[in-house]
Design a protein around this ligand. Structure first.
Ligand code: FCB
Length: 476
């Protein structure tokens, strides 16, 4: 749906030909040129990245394999047959990459720590060389006037821990606690902004239920224990950061996608409610003390088997901020052929809507809807958009990449962020996904999400038009 259609639809929904004052205000907002100052002087602007997707240096300086090294080297797991042994080689190029980021005027660099670099055996002796690498990244950010924002876990569990059951093994609560303790003691003096997880839904659902991400496990008997132990680690991790880091600003990041019923009927609405419970409510609600969202999907009650006395207390945490990560939306429809869910999504291809290279619908209103939803929870104090972005087929022509679609994507999503902010949502920052093209998990290198184009043969970086758009936008 384009902007004009959206406004028309909203006008229709609001009940009439005569436009309400809210719709008029919305039309003005969406047609207006974006100004950085509209977001306020304290609003944070940055980019997000993840260790496995950009670092490379698979076995350098003592790093051991993570589940993603194993998975990407297993035949048939990555669509393109590729791996991230080298990827963007950020491990050796962090200085020049961070210099590009500074020149694009960003304030925040979000990156994740690779557990298998910091404690190669998963538990036990830390690896000083791994710790040194992240000190260098942090120091470079600070020297360049950018804030380092650290994600403790962006999906790359040490393989040695997966061999012991990984997230399914309840001992992971202690392993993770030890890892967080090591990281916060090592970097806590320099880093104040911490995120416990990147998208727990993604690594547990894709990795332990559907088997399409590492470690490639399937079915509910793997998913439910992984899910509960991950929830427990929200509380455990948050409390350790609080204890070890003075003046820490602590959050975690949650993927979210509006799930809309295809038709206004009970069956489609039920499928949409189930998907909403799984995709959007599953991890945020327990940490806020609301329990698992079994009212949305009764099946989730099966997690009870893994809950022990005292867990409900231990898994809660009072986060300073919540990170939301939004890319698309889901249109849900009843289907008698898909067990448990009894439904399916209607693929964007069948809906005549704009799609990205990931075949995700471009739906800017979705970020507004999710910001409103998350802000409505008691206990959510601040929100940062910790990821938002798009992959389009980029072409390198005369040393330029004219990625107009990506520029429009950012403009349209930002307008919806601003709309939520103007309506009182306490959203305080926005991080693009992502700094530069990189290894997009099971999709390999084909989808390019970066503001900077990477020529993987030569490791040359070429700032795309979207990167220049951000530079100018942030320079206002
Ligand atoms: C998010 C992930 C991130 C990246 C983007 C496209 O779900 O957190 O690593 O893959 O999707």
């Amino acid at each position: 749906m384009n902007r004009r259609q959206t406004i028309k639809t909203l006008a229709a929904l609001s009940g009439g030909i005569a436009m309400s004052p809210q719709i008029k205000a919305l039309e003005l907002l969406l047609n207006d040129e974006l100004k950085k100052s509209d977001f306020g002087n304290d609003f944070l602007w940055g980019v997000a990245t993840a260790a496995y997707q950009i670092e490379g240096a698979r076995n350098e300086d003592g790093k051991s394999d993570s589940v993603w090294d194993t998975f990407s080297h297993t035949k048939g797991k990555i669509k393109t047959g590729e791996n991230a042994d080298v990827t963007c080689d950020f491990y050796h190029r962090y200085e020049s990459d961070l210099e590009i980021l500074r020149q694009l005027n960003f304030d925040v660099f979000r990156f994740s720590l690779a557990w298998s670099r910091i404690i190669p055996t998963g538990i036990g002796k830390p690896n000083q060389k791994g710790i040194d690498f992240y000190h260098k990244v942090i120091d470079t950010c600070l020297e360049k006037g950018m804030q380092p924002w650290v994600t403790l876990y962006h999906w790359d569990l040490p393989q040695t821990l997966e061999d012991k059951g990984g997230w399914r093994n309840r001992d992971i609560i202690n392993w993770f606690g030890e890892y967080v303790d090591v990281c916060t003691r090592a970097f806590g003096d320099k880093v104040k902004n911490w995120m416990v997880f990147n998208e727990p839904v993604a690594f547990t659902v894709l990795g332990y239920l559907l088997g399409i991400h590492a470690p490639g496990e399937k079915w509910f008997q793997n998913f439910f224990p992984a899910m509960h132990h991950t929830t427990m680690c929200h509380g455990v991790g948050g409390n350790i950061i609080r204890k070890n880091v003075k003046n820490a600003y602590i959050g975690s990041t949650f993927s979210c996608s509006s799930a809309h019923p295809a038709r206004r009927n009970k069956k489609d609405e039920k499928v949409a409610a189930k998907l909403d419970a799984l995709l959007n409510r599953l991890y945020i609600e327990p940490v806020l003390g609301m329990g698992y969202p079994v009212d949305g999907w009764k099946l989730l009650a099966k997690v009870e088997k893994y809950i022990k006395d005292g867990d409900e207390q231990q898994l809660k945490f009072d986060f300073d901020f919540i990170g939301i990560q939004n890319y698309t939306r889901i249109i849900a429809k009843y289907s008698p052929f898909i067990p448990f869910l009894w439904g399916n999504q209607i693929h964007p291809k069948k809906r005549d809507v704009q799609m990205t290279e990931m075949e995700w619908e471009v739906y800017p209103e979705g970020i507004y809807e999710q910001l409103k939803k998350f802000a409505a929870y008691d206990g959510v104090k601040k929100i940062i958009v910790t990821e938002n972005g798009s992959a389009f087929p980029d072409k390198l022509e005369d040393n330029r990449v004219h990625d107009e679609k990506r520029v429009n994507f950012y403009k349209d999503y930002l307008k919806q962020v601003l709309r939520a902010k103007k309506e009182g949502v306490p959203v305080d920052g926005y991080l693009c996904w992502t700094m530069m093209d990189n290894f997009e998990w099971a999709e390999g290198y084909k989808p390019r999400f970066g503001l900077v184009y990477v020529d993987y043969e030569t490791q040359r970086r070429i700032v795309k038009d979207s990167g220049y758009w951000w530079r100018d936008f942030l320079n206002q």
